[in-house]
Design a protein around this ligand. Structure first.
Ligand SMILES: [Zn+2]
Length: 128
């Protein structure tokens, strides 16, 4: 299992990522014409954040995806599922998690999945 200290480090990486995205967003809100200038913290605390008009206007789909991944990773931490491969259930090495905090699969399963996806893509191309 991941040690508490390691988990804490990864949690810090995740919250820094979240802060960076929200910080950028805050800047954009300031310089935009959004009428309703709510505090970004309140906005993010809203349960229906994804439905928020301001968010959808100002967040790129990439950023939105990243925020969702951050939330999902934090949720897995709370559920004590974080760091386990969702495919084989083996522990994901902490080094990998630090580099890719959203990783949900171990290297072995991930590369297997990618090679399978590659095969599917290749087959589809042949047919096309
Ligand atoms: Zn695995």
């Amino acid at each position: 299992m991941l040690r508490v200290k390691e988990l804490k480090t990864i949690k810090e990486i995740l919250s820094k990522m979240e802060k960076d995205i929200l910080g950028d967003l805050q800047e954009r809100i300031k310089s935009s014409n959004v009428d309703e200038q709510r505090d970004i913290g309140d906005m993010f605390d809203d349960a229906d954040i994804e439905q928020s008009r301001e968010f959808n206007l100002l967040l790129s789909s990439r950023e939105r995806q990243k925020l969702q991944q951050i939330k999902a990773a934090l949720k897995r931490m709370d559920a004590k599922e974080y760091g386990l491969c969702e495919d084989c259930g083996e522990e994901i090495p902490v080094g990998r998690l630090k580099a890719m905090p959203f990783a949900t699969m171990c290297v072995k399963c991930k590369s297997l999945q990618e090679s399978l996806e590659g095969q599917v893509a290749a087959t589809a191309e042949e047919k096309a």
